[in-house]
Design a protein around this ligand. Structure first.
Ligand code: ZN
Length: 240
């Protein structure tokens, strides 16, 4: 019970450290990542620096001049929600570490994809490498699960999304899907399948709603990354 309470709090703290990364990477493709207050600090601050953390408070405003530099509390609350979902799934050990790793980077990717419709390699690649490393350690520690099944699920999803990438989906979606499938595949084939199905259903439901509400046309594109991340992070909850 204490654990279920503490992990969302840790998520709040981790989310505030994630804020500079989200702000820096939520820029159009080709633009260099940077954190700066356009009003009072014209020189960009390095993303992982005390200067960036000081500049970007959870309130979303520059501490010095109060200029808006991002949505208030959004990275913090997103990460807290993702950590709460992992804590509620009741796992432990190195497998839980892999879940938290993807919950953290997934929260950043979700926000960036929603804002600028891209999933930068600077986050998707560490997500994949970190997940596979932590699952390998879990396997070496004989934790309950299967590394072979995790790799098979990741490979199958990789092939599926590479085919889909010929259509509307991007390679960023493929990289995120591979990491999430490995995580769910470690648990079971059912979990991996359920995660994918939930992502597509969620996307379909939102796209349908937007179409009916005439907020969008048939031609406009909706970023798939957020649905992928929410669907797959929620899959362990639905299957447990
Ligand atoms: Zn300022």
């Amino acid at each position: 019970m204490l654990y279920q309470f503490l992990m969302p709090l840790l998520g709040l703290v981790a989310g505030s450290a994630l804020r500079p990364v989200v702000v820096a990477l939520a820029v159009p493709a080709g633009q260099p990542p940077s954190v700066a207050c356009p009003n009072c600090s014209p020189l960009p601050a390095p993303v992982w620096s005390m200067q960036a953390l000081r500049l970007l408070s959870p309130g979303g405003r520059c501490r010095a001049c109060r200029a808006p530099l991002g949505a208030a509390w959004l990275p913090e609350l997103t990460t807290a929600a993702a950590f709460a979902a992992v804590a509620a799934s009741g796992t432990g050990g190195w497998y839980a570490a892999a879940q938290y790793w993807l919950a953290l980077l997934g929260s950043a990717l979700l926000l960036i994809d929603s804002a600028v419709q891209r999933l930068p390699n600077a986050l998707t690649l560490p997500a994949a490498v970190g997940t596979l490393t932590l699952l390998t350690v879990a396997s070496a520690q004989h934790e309950h699960g299967s590394l072979v099944r995790a790799l098979a699920a990741a490979a199958a999803t990789g092939v599926l999304f590479s085919l889909l990438a010929l259509g509307n989906l991007g390679m960023g979606d493929a990289k995120v899907a591979v990491s999430l499938s490995a995580l769910l595949g470690w648990h079971s084939w059912q979990a991996a399948l359920l995660g994918l199905v939930m992502s597509f259903l969620l996307m379909g439901a939102v796209a349908g709603f937007l179409l009916v509400a005439r907020r969008t046309t048939r031609k406009s594109t909706l970023a798939f990354g957020p649905f992928l991340i929410i669907g797959m992070l929620a899959a362990p909850l639905a299957s447990s």
